[in-house]
Design a protein. Structure first.
Length: 128
């Protein structure tokens, strides 16, 4: 099975977590943590900083690796490094997503998360 390595940013601001709604592709309209594929020769932290700049036009600081999700979709295996981050500069501009929300921990289950992202919700809800 094909393995796709990606990164995702769990952006936290004022005790809220940023979620985005996909605007394209097979999983259009599903909610996810923003991010994308790791490019050749790029490390995971470099990739998430680049992806967030491309998708949201902001600069972030990576705090730590929160979790690595391993998930089998029907046609590929997803390996997703998920980083806790915060915004350092810029105002969010949605370049690839339909919508976005800042969610409190209690609100995380109010959107329809993509399957690979669902496993993070309980863990985030229990985070201090």
């Amino acid at each position: 099975m094909k393995v796709i390595k990606v990164v995702a940013a769990i952006i936290i601001k004022d005790d809220k977590i940023f979620a985005t709604q996909r605007g394209y592709g097979e999983f259009k309209d599903g909610w996810e943590f923003p991010g994308g594929k790791i490019e050749e020769g790029e490390g995971p932290e470099e990739a998430i900083i680049r992806e967030i700049k491309e998708e949201l036009d902001i600069d972030i600081k990576v705090e730590e690796l929160f979790d690595t999700v391993e998930y089998d979709y029907p046609n590929f295996h997803l390996s997703m490094n998920c980083f806790l981050c915060h915004i350092t500069t810029g105002e969010i501009v949605l370049k690839e997503h339909e919508a976005a929300k800042w969610l409190s921990k209690n609100e995380l289950d109010t959107v329809d998360w993509l399957p690979a992202d669902r496993g993070l919700i309980e863990k985030l809800g229990n985070m201090k």
